[in-house]
Design a protein. Structure first.
Length: 105
């Protein structure tokens, strides 16, 4: 299945759940902010939730690992868990890019 580029009217609402401000969390924030700036040009609403500061948010959001990126809009909801530095994979999972070469899923 080939995914189309996001239409200019699409609005993305995402939450990035992190655990503290360690290197891994900072890298995840930078990657997702970079993707929003580069590919969503003002159409992205990103909320960063630190699970150390707001642990009560994990259970209702079904967060079991950090970092976790949850794309709430556009539907369907998508979850990306773990290392978010593979930009091609992240773009594909967010419906912003083609399937990375050599990947079957």
């Amino acid at each position: 299945m080939v995914r189309a580029e996001a239409a200019p009217r699409d609005r993305y609402v995402m939450k990035l759940y992190i655990a503290g401000m360690g290197m891994r969390s900072q890298r995840a924030i930078e990657e997702i902010r970079g993707i929003c700036a580069e590919h969503l040009d003002g159409r992205c609403e990103l909320e960063v939730v630190d699970l150390y500061e707001a642990p009560e948010t994990a259970r209702p959001a079904q967060i079991v690992a950090a970092p976790t990126l949850v794309r709430e809009l556009p539907l369907p909801v998508r979850r990306l868990v773990g290392d978010l530095s593979d930009r091609e994979r992240v773009l594909y999972q967010l419906d912003l890019g083609p399937r990375p070469p050599g990947r079957t899923a």
